[in-house]
Design a protein around this ligand. Structure first.
Ligand code: BGC
Length: 460
């Protein structure tokens, strides 16, 4: 029997893009990332500057998202604008966010708002940030103030974006501020950020009982270089546990497992403190045992030879484009959380300036998400990283994640083919044969199951 050439997504599925304040707004001079830029850490020598000018005009880009028939948009709020000095609130900053959220709603784009996406005010960084447990209350105070001000315009909150990346890059690898290399501190930071999430969860719940509240983690695949090598498998598992699962387990149960519990206090009131799981997925790495790399948990990571790759950056090597990884991660998240909450893909994207791999990559990742849904995993939305090319942290303006291309000097926006394709998918709430034919016929095998994957239909 001929297979139907359509993958229909469930009714009410959220389709949109994701971004963050520092990467888009411009003029954020009062946070630790700005200071990091001034200290010359950005590898291209650039800085966020006026970014993509969302502080003046995010609305023109929201208009482009509306034209793509998205029904959601994820952005973040800049704590250093809302509370520029400890205990002092800037009502004009909140008014600007009110205007943005109002505009999104007018365009039928459901706002999904992140309260912490890598940046903190300078005053908070200088008090030790999340390394100190007693600073958690300062974050919760900011959250409380902000929710009171904006709760009539948003009911979908991501408290903290990727505590595992924040801690690993900032405190193990040292490539993000504050540039430290201290495994124990990294764990303390992760622990305190999850505790900050939990306390924020209860604070938001009190102020907005019907709100949806969660946090998101960055998940990466770590596969052994040689499956037959016990050492490669061991170090791959170690990296996988450290980066992906230790923190999720602790957030789920309140307890760290051995050996992490020897160092870290449990997380109070953690169980149940979320309404959804946010999954950010980009890539996989291969891992080979290397005794010279204790800070990397004895695993040398590399990109599989012959892999289809993202454009490399100077800092992060975004590595392999590996669609099946998103399916494997969804299965693992589901297993680790016993399927207790809906899942949203809060980020997935590709650095591809020429847009010659992105259309296929989007189709194949979506097909894998569809496969997970057809097997009963409750994925409720997909937010692509990102709408427009934006400031990519240590890589400056060097790598391009946007569906829409930015000419950095003129600020002109030019939609890439991926943008029209994504628009067609959102409009249809489906991947159709015609879409695949038009944008990436080479994806047909994976999408419609003539390759190694058999797609089932999902109830709509
Ligand atoms: C971060 C984004 C970043 C993206 C691409 C994610 O881990 O949340 O801020 O731009 O990766 O590097």
């Amino acid at each position: 029997m001929a297979k139907r050439r359509i993958l229909q997504f469930p009714r009410g599925f959220l389709w949109g893009t994701a971004s963050s304040s520092h990467q888009c707004e411009g003029g954020n001079t009062n946070n630790q990332w700005y200071r990091w830029e001034q200290q010359g850490h950005i590898l291209t020598g650039e800085s966020s500057g006026d970014a993509i000018q969302w502080w003046e005009d995010a609305e023109s880009d929201f208009n482009l998202a509306e034209q793509m028939e998205n029904n959601a948009l994820r952005l973040s709020l800049e704590w250093s604008r809302i509370e520029p000095v400890e205990g002092q609130w800037d009502s004009a900053a909140l008014d600007r966010y009110r205007a943005m959220l109002t505009d999104l709603r007018r365009r039928h784009l459901k706002p999904i708002v992140t309260l912490h996406h890598f940046t903190v005010p300078l005053w908070f960084a200088d008090r030790g940030g999340f390394t100190h447990q007693e600073n958690i209350r300062l974050f919760v105070r900011y959250v409380t103030h902000t929710i009171r001000a904006l709760r009539d315009l948003c009911d979908f909150w991501i408290t903290i974006n990727e505590p595992n990346v924040y801690a690993t890059q900032g405190y193990v690898i040292g490539s993000y501020p504050p540039g430290e290399q201290d495994l124990v501190r990294a764990f303390q930071v992760m622990r305190n950020m999850i505790q900050a999430h939990v306390e924020s969860f209860y604070a938001i719940r009190r102020l907005q009982p019907a709100g949806q509240i969660g946090y998101c983690l960055h998940y990466r695949l770590f596969d052994p270089a040689n499956r037959l090598s016990l050492l490669d498998r061991g170090v791959a598992t170690l990296q996988d546990t450290f980066f992906n699962w230790a923190i999720l387990q602790a957030a789920e149960t309140g307890h760290f497992t051995l050996p992490f519990n020897l160092l870290l206090a449990g997380i109070e009131r953690a169980a149940g403190a979320r309404d959804f799981h946010g999954v950010n997925y980009y890539t996989r790495e291969m891992v080979r045992f290397d005794p010279t790399l204790p800070m990397e948990l004895f695993g040398r990571r590399f990109v599989r030879p012959n892999a289809i790759r993202n454009d490399p950056g100077l800092d992060n090597n975004f590595g392999e484009i590996y669609p099946r990884g998103i399916y494997r991660i969804l299965k693992s998240v589901y297993r680790h959380t016993r399927g207790n909450k809906p899942i949203y893909i809060t980020e997935n994207g590709f650095s591809d300036a020429l847009d010659d791999r992105r259309p296929r990559a989007i189709l194949e990742h979506l097909a894998m998400i569809h496969r997970a849904i057809s097997e009963g995993i409750p994925v409720r939305g997909y937010l692509h990283w990102s709408l427009v090319d934006n400031f990519e942290w240590n890589d400056g303006w060097g790598v391009r994640f946007g569906l829409i291309e930015l000419d950095h000097s003129t600020k002109q926006r030019v939609p890439r083919p991926s943008a029209s394709m994504f628009g067609e998918i959102c409009r249809a709430n489906a991947i159709t044969g015609a879409i695949v034919e038009r944008y990436a016929p080479e994806a047909a095998d994976v999408v419609f199951g003539t390759g190694d994957v058999v797609q089932r239909q999902v109830p709509v």
